[in-house]
Design a protein around this ligand. Sequence first.
Ligand code: 13P
Length: 253
Amino acid sequence: MRRPMVAGNWKMHGSEAANSALLSELEMRLQPEWPIDVAVFPPFVYLAEVVRRLRGASVGVGAQDVCAEPGGAFTGEVAGSMLRDVGCTLVIVGHSERRRWYHEDDAVVARKFGAALAAGLTPVLCVGETLEEREAGMTETVIARQLDAVLAMNGVATLAEAIVAYEPVWAIGTGRNASPDQAEAVHAFVRRRIAEQNATIGGRVRILYGGSVKAANAAELFSMPDVDGGLVGGASLVADEFHQICAAAAASH
Ligand code: 13P
């Protein structure tokens, strides 16, 4: 049985005061005995403080991005070793907003994935198709291309230490989530594709769904056999919503 996970991607939101208020509320509501992993992904500048704040709590902290290079003259970038240094254990790579607005291609994402692992971080690899790609019947082609780039560069064994997130671009921030059946079809496809190279790793890898996950739809999404939890954007900024999504993940176990 794969342990469910709920990851809150704060994106470019927050402030010291807002983060503190949100974490206080979460600490009051989240039940440490729930059989799930919970993590939050604040902007870089707040990571150290959020790690300090959550010390002793059963909530992991991850970054939203990492440089593909291990260090050096790359102004504005943050290395995986630095994220480890301040106490992060996870990092998102290949989020569709990075792919779209910062032109990160499959090769860069695959290098970031490798850089995360080299620094001792668990990569959360995001894959997902746009609406045009879905309507053109290209969903599996696109997901396979995104996944294969990482597998080819890093090897299937690295997926044993990673998490995959299926985030259809058309469902992100739109209020229009993929239906449980749509999500399940892609999750099963991702799992099969990995299992073709290594059945054990394919069976074990956690695949999170992201895209308009809310308290109201979490339970039905998480009830699908290959949906192992959620990567939550907007609803992760609202303590009560996030708490209810975590409760749904715990109940799906
Ligand atoms: P929303 O939950 O706001 O749709 O965002 C999903 C997402 O992109 C999480 O990484």
